[in-house]
Design a protein around this ligand. Sequence first.
Ligand code: MG
Length: 247
Amino acid sequence: MTVVTDKRDIEKIRESGKIIREIFEMIVGKISDGISTAEIDRIVEEFIILRGAKPAFKGYRGFPAATCVSPNEVVVHGIPSKNIILRQGDIVSVDVGVEKNGFFTDAARTFSVGKISEEANALVRATKKALSEGIKAAVAGNRISDISFAVESVAKREGLKEVRMFVGHGIGRQLHEAPEVPNWGEPGRGLVLKEGLLLAIEPMFNIGTREVKIRPDGWTAVTADGELSAHFEDTVIVGKEKAEILT
Ligand code: MG
């Protein structure tokens, strides 16, 4: 668990998060019909290194790339490949981790490739909304499961399924730290949130079943029914009145 109170440490983690924010601003214009997921990864890794930072995912438990690029039915942990080409109408989640000045940040967005279906659009919008509702609950005095409940409530309301195989997490000095931040649960349970606690909140929603399978590469997590999945994530600092979004 990392709790930042020192002003210099807060500045350092802000710097780490800013790199990811800029990455998303940069790649939104590059994600288009014909780009491979390996090309997205290459662009992102180059940017991270140019900023004097390290791609936190590369080598993490043997993961081979700087980003997870997860199109359509891929929930998370898609391995970038020159053979996976994005096409008009696809959605694609890009998950990035950065280490800068000894501080880790982690974030994801689901992008659309050109014009997407109404159904895909509703999925993406709801998952994004769930992230912002989860972040609203990340205030001192609340408990971890207040975030979980806020996220799950959006899934329920929108008739979508929150993935339960993967959870959000503490972050800061390491990429993955305690506590776990599930995307479902009754409110008022778990750790009491403290000002300065660093959390990565990351709802993943599916259109069909919430069940997930892992492909033989050992990483790529796909929906069991092949239906679409979306993923949004931000690293935040728990605040007194509201959380600060770093990414
Ligand atoms: Mg994460």
